[in-house]
Write a protein that binds this ligand. Structure first.
Ligand code: TPP
Length: 558
């Protein structure tokens, strides 16, 4: 039984539950796209540009665990590298497949289009290696299966992006059919003795400590540890706090849940819990300048058990090669009960009081109405900007999902990522919160939501500028050209789509727009919410002040 190289890749994708791939065509990938189209159960989804294509795949990986984007050489791939950087930073397995020049031209000194104008075609591979955990260039039918399998295995094992380069005259070469897929899916077990020692050391550490708090970080999902963390919390009975980037990674209706730990912008009571703890079990944390509010909220030292995807550090003692999932699962079977920190009851965020119907729309009222939309079946994708702080302070029902991109923080990520996420999980109601500044980077991908009839609800927050930057460091560069955002949807419909563009300047206009959006099941609805520039969360102001101070530190000279 034989197939082609492109057919081999296509079959492997369906075997790992990828039923869509995102693509932008170019003459170096057309034959490959033909091969992918021929695969039953694999749909080709088109994007407006390659940056968006990469972000769409990143969003699909959030919904489905892995995704694939197909682009052309250089002019396409170099744009996609930015999104691949995002997937690396956010721990999402994305397979970027790039077409490439005909193999007969490699090493001949000939100059080809879409290259730097030199005869070196290796620079793309060299660049992409920095943002992937495995990268392969396929040159023949003999080497294709092993190279394709290797990158897929690495992407799944490490929850990170990978790269495949397939020259245009190679994609349809005959090659063997793929065999069973199990080998690509099997997890490498932790070294047994190291795991045992890590657990024994942690039990010893916990034996002397009463005020134990679990802190959930954003790497927990990539490490497949969400359920194991709940079991650990059930067993220990201690308080659980989450980091902002892990919003939604622990059920907020769980009796142990005590809100978001984020330094001076923590939920009520969460900072005191962490500050007063004598043991903090950090599961998959990312401590960066933003999450620590300018290095201030950075729990360190001998109170800490830091559990990373492949390493556990107990009060400074490191155990390498221990997987987060194995460790949290084992600890969940042996950890002592430690209810001290959970004795104070949960301090839920205060409910927001509704505004009278025809009052001018405020940020609080907008969030009250968006919050009311959240159910177990909702996925909210919240963009960099005040949308972070708004999303983080929502009280979430169980199984509601929030998607954030707090490590990479590329404005404009949310629209294409939500497009990919909705493609991968159409059974969920997708909501996007995006600022006007961010929207201007990737707005055109709303047209693909129209094309594929995805009923995403987009709240476009028009506060006339880059308000997060205004709060960090103000200047003329933070003020942008206004657009008729709602009007844009008709441009994208071009007489044929079911996209809806609406404007909300008052509380009742927003309520009416939401009702219309809920009924519009054959396309996206963009609701342009007009807010005063100064109407943002207090958290943004307080956090922005501290981050601004951190950025402004002068160089230290000795
Ligand atoms: C690609 C990229 N360019 C620039 C930035 C810097 N940046 C961070 S937030 C932001 C402004 C966001 O403005 P908006 O989307 O209107 O949200 P708001 O702060 O008003 O809520 C900018 C320019 C970035 N994060 N990513």
């Amino acid at each position: 039984m034989s197939t082609t190289i492109g057919g081999y890749l296509a079959k492997r994708l369906t075997q790992i539950d990828v039923s869509h791939h995102f693509a932008v065509a170019g003459d170096y990938n057309l034959v490959l796209l033909d091969q992918l189209l021929a695969q039953d159960g694999l749909e080709q989804i088109y994007c407006c540009n390659e940056l968006n294509c990469g972000f769409a795949a990143e969003g699909y990986a959030r919904a489905r665990g892995i995704a694939c984007a197909v682009v052309t050489f250089s002019v396409g791939a170099l744009s996609a590298i930015n999104a691949l950087g995002g997937a690396h930073a956010e721990n999402l397995p994305v397979i970027l497949v790039s077409g490439a020049p005909n193999t007969n031209d490699h090493g001949t000194g000939r100059i080809l289009h879409h290259t730097l104008g030199t005869s070196d075609y290796g620079y793309q591979y060299e660049m992409v290696r920095h943002v992937t955990v495995a990268a392969e260039r396929v040159f023949s039918a003999e080497d294709a299966p092993a190279k394709i399998d290797r990158v897929i295995e690495r992407a799944l094992a490490l929850s990170k992006p990978v790269y495949l380069e397939i020259p245009c005259n190679v994609a349809d070469l005959e090659c063997p059919e793929p065999g069973p897929v199990e080998a690509l899916l099997s997890r490498r077990p932790s070294a047994g003795k190291t795991l045992d020692r890590a657990i024994a050391t942690t039990l010893d550490f916990l034996s002397e400590r009463e005020q134990v708090v679990i802190l959930i970080g954003s790497k927990l999902r990539a490490a497949h540890g969400l359920d194991a963390a709940v079991k650990l919390a059930d067993r220990m009975g201690c308080a659980v706090t989450i980091m902002a980037a892990a919003k939604g990674f622990f059920p907020e209706d769980h009796p142990a849940y005590r809100g978001v730990y984020w330094g001076n912008v923590s939920s009520p009571g969460a900072k005191a819990l962490i500050d007063n703890a004598d043991a903090i079990l950090c599961l998959g944390p990312v401590f960066n300048d933003y999450s620590t509010v300018g290095w201030q909220a950075w729990p360190e030292g001998d109170r800490m058990v830091r559990v990373d995807p492949e390493e556990v550090v107990v009060a400074g003692q490191s155990f390498g090669g221990v997987s987060l999932l194995d460790f949290v699962t084992a600890l969940g079977e042996q950890a002592p009960r430690r209810t001290g920190s959970a004795e104070t009851s949960s301090l839920a965020l205060p409910e927001i009081a509704p505004l009278p119907a025809n009052s001018r729309l405020t940020n609080d009222e907008m969030m009250r109405q968006i919050g009311a939309l959240m159910t177990a079946d909702t996925t909210l994708t919240a963009e960099t900007g005040d949308s972070w702080f708004n999303a983080v302070r929502l009280n979430l029902p169980a199984r509601a999902r929030v998607e954030l991109e707090m490590q990479w923080g590329h404005i404009g990520w949310s629209v294409p990522s939500a497009f990919g996420n909705a493609t991968g999980s159409p059974e969920r109601q997708h909501i996007v919160m995006v600022g006007d500044g961010s929207f201007q980077l990737t707005a055109q991908e709303v047209a693909q939501m129209i094309r594929y009839e995805l009923p995403v609800i987009i709240f476009l927050i028009n506060n006339r500028g880059y308000v997060i930057e205004i709060k960090i460091h103000d200047g003329p560069y933070n003020y942008i050209k206004n657009w008729d955002y709602a009007g844009l949807i008709d441009v994208f419909n071009a007489g044929k789509g079911h996209g809806l563009g609406l404007k909300a300047g008052t509380a009742d206009e927003l309520a009416e727009a939401i009702t219309k959006a809920r009924h519009n099941r054959r396309g996206p609805t963009l609701i342009e919410c007009s807010l005063d520039r100064e109407d943002c969360t207090d958290d943004l102001v307080n956090w922005g002040r501290e981050v601004g101070k951190t950025n402004a530190r002068p160089p230290v000279t000795n």
